[in-house]
Design a protein around this ligand. Structure first.
Ligand code: PLP
Length: 436
């Protein structure tokens, strides 16, 4: 197909300035390891692991072969009342990585579906324990929980909400934890744990037994990397325990080594009741999401139903798709064999040093980071977000792919990155930021 402005209009691109993109397309045509190639064989360093997906680097033959083999053996299995061995093997592999006790895994196809699934699990759980009056959900300002109806309602990013009105009533938002006094703090900020007390305010506002679950990203990623202040997650956990509220960690970005452990729950030493995940579960090679839940949640829902009856009326045609399971299993094997979570943990101080060193540039308003995730915020230009959009285009043109949100560049190299690749990434960033 000839790529003209007119033919390109047929693809309505998601989260994209369509008119802008189609006038000046930035296409990827292949990828390998830490790099993409754009048209004209231009090599582009991947500074955001695709979209926080590709933790083991691009085009891993182990994953491609496993998917190809699977598609030639068993291409599709209905996921209702039927199964295939790969689904059970992958659930087992995921449960090995989640904190002790979160041993039951429900599969879906994306992070957004994982979030909406987790909301329904929370409601089904409370119904099964005769607490169906728990109809409120709590999330946080500046949160991103995907784009399905539930996740959009939980979301705390104004542009993602404003066109869609009040999708769900009964969602309360905790204040975000991006505090000016924590600017340029490396890791967890010293102040802000008290912001968790907002949850107590909501308990006092709507009633002690009215909140079903609290959703937080341990590190808010898509909004521009907000690392939780010291003591904040612990305090949320305490309040949830006291009032019978489920704590959900949305680890769609944090999961699979980004914070140095398999999950941020382990890095931060706080165990939620439910973890949502996607992205690096299959190294981005197949669409897949999952929800891991504590044993008592699974048991309450499953054992609460009559014998022989379906216990949870939820699922997707492509839940536990055989090709996605094959990709997931091959991905987990790479993480294990190459010790990639430990590798990321070892590279993290070097990476964070490089990111925090950028604060000497006048245009840099803040740097935040933890593990192999960092946010570099620039001072706004003519309007908020204009400079961030300009920056990602400029970085691309100089050979670096980075995801930006507003005026924050979100840097998340694959866990296979070398120091030399961190140096290259930093030098391109410094070069572009130095233009301002
Ligand atoms: C924390 C979080 N939750 C949910 C999602 C949605 O995932 P998906 O785009 O796979 O639906 C994302 C995507 O970036 C995310 O960062």
């Amino acid at each position: 197909m000839e790529m003209t402005l007119e033919t390109m209009e047929r693809h309505w691109m998601p989260f994209t300035a369509n008119r802008d993109f189609k006038r000046d397309p930035r296409l990827f045509i292949r990828a390998s390891g830490m790099y993409y190639w754009s048209t004209g064989e231009r090599k582009i360093l991947d500074g955001s692991s695709g979209l926080f997906t590709t933790a083991a680097g691009h085009c891993r033959p182990e994953i491609a072969d496993a998917v190809a083999r699977q598609l030639q053996t068993l291409d599709f299995t209905p996921s209702f009342m039927r199964g295939h061995p790969g689904a059970f093997a992958l659930a087992d592999g995921v449960a090995e990585l989640t904190p002790v006790g979160l041993d039951h895994v429900f599969f879906c196809n994306s992070g957004s579906e994982a979030v909406d699934t987790a909301m329904k699990i929370a409601m089904a759980y409370h119904l099964a324990r005769k607490e169906a009056q728990r109809t409120y959900f709590v999330s946080r300002e500046r949160a991103y929980h995907g784009v399905n109806v539930g996740g959009t309602a939980l979301s705390g990013m104004v542009r993602n909400r404003e066109a869609f009105g009040a999708l769900l009533p009964g969602v309360l938002h905790l204040r975000h934890t991006l505090l000016p006094e924590n600017r340029f703090s490396r890791g967890m900020g010293a102040t802000g744990a008290e912001l968790a007390e907002d949850l107590l305010r909501f308990v006092n506002l709507v009633g002690e037994r009215r909140i079903a679950a609290v959703f937080v990203e341990p590190i808010a990623g898509s909004t521009g990397v907000i690392v939780p202040p010291k003591g904040y997650l612990e305090r949320l956990r305490e309040i949830c325990d006291k009032y019978g509220i489920l704590l959900v960690f949305d680890e769609v970005i944090c999961g699979f080594g980004r914070t140095g452990e398999a999950f941020a729950a382990s890095s931060f030493g706080v165990t939620p009741d439910i973890i949502t995940m996607a992205k690096a579960l299959t190294n981005g090679a197949q669409p897949m999401g999952a929800v891991a839940v504590r044993d008592h949640i699974y048991r309450t829902i499953v054992d609460g139903a009559p014998e022989g009856a379906t216990e949870f009326f939820h699922g997707y045609t492509y839940s536990a798709h055989p090709a996605a399971c094959a990709a997931g299993l091959a991905t987990l094997e790479i993480y294990r064999k190459e010790n990639l979570f430990a590798k990321g943990r070892e590279l993290s101080p070097y990476f964070q040093d490089a990111m925090f060193a950028l604060q000497d540039l006048g245009v840099v308003a803040d740097v935040r980071g933890y593990g192999m995730l960092a946010g570099v915020e620039v001072k706004p230009g003519a309007a908020p977000g204009v400079r961030g959009t300009e920056l990602q285009a400029k970085l691309f043109d100089r050979g670096l792919h980075v995801k930006t949100t507003g005026d924050v560049a979100i840097i998340a190299p694959a866990l296979i990155a070398t120091r030399a690749e961190v140096d290259l990434l930093t030098s391109i960033l410094r070069d572009c930021l130095g233009d301002y």
